[in-house]
Design a protein. Sequence first.
Length: 343
Amino acid sequence: MATNCTQQVRILAQPKAYCRERYYSEMNHDNHRANRFLRTDQPDFDYPTIEIPDIWRQKCTHIRVTLVTVPWEQAPERYVHPYPIITPDSDAILHKEMNTIYFAVSDDERQTGRKSFRIRRAKLTQHDLRNIRSLCLVDTSRPDENRIDSAVDPRQIINTYQLGKSQLLFSVVGSENGSPFVIYATTSVYSDIMSAPVNTANNENIGIKFAPPKGSWDGGETVLMFIPDLDKRKPCEIYFEYPGNSNAPVTFKYIDVKTLEFKTPRCPFPENSHHSVVVPIVVTYSGTKVKRVNFLYHTPDRCLNCDRQAIFDSCESSNSSGAQSTTVDQLYLEDDFDFDDNE
């Protein structure tokens, strides 16, 4: 039977089409760094927002939000996406097995009929993906057992289910006859497709990403760096290049085969009147420089707009001198790095 559209949830503000998932180690729960939520392009909203149909407002106690895969030729049905979604909302209920969050609906939200969602997506490492034998079909506990080989290859899971793409499923939840969390299937609606951003820069640093792009003068920031062509078989070294001072090698560890984690050393320069300085981070294979990106040190009282300008100035200076440098787009991909300290 066809769904009655008057019963469906209406999405007022879709999530942005491009947004990078973050590894758990990038999410700092003690401060605002790398805690980016899914955002929207709608000018009147900050986060994905839905409208609850009039006929469901009095019954509605929660809104169910589930991250799901996008159907395509090799996996034509919708499955529960393995990349976890999380929220800081204390009154939300998390169902990890089904990658679902039940968001409580307040009296005010029931009155207005609108509900916004602060959601973060966490990307799994390849090590984590090896522990996944199959994905479950949406709204069932039935696993998809025939699509993945018994010897699990993380890349096969990523490619088969196109994990770089996802959608949010919204449904109204209520209670009936003493049973809580009754999902009203006729209200369900899927968001637009969300995809990981694609870097199209045409130089030696194509695809390289790191976060955060700036940090304290005192060092100690945890940096994650994704290098698409990283080869663990080659001796690798990472160091901060300080003109006029000794380079500062850093000890790193592999998060997965393409991602490294390390901590920033303390900036050796005296604090200057600009309260910031940009220095290169250099990656070498067998002693040969192969990657070079810029990192910005700032003092605690440094304003964010000034930080941005320092990066622009540094890039322009490097380009005019003919030195290899990172483009501004690589340093500040809109969905990779968040300058909103209110989050």
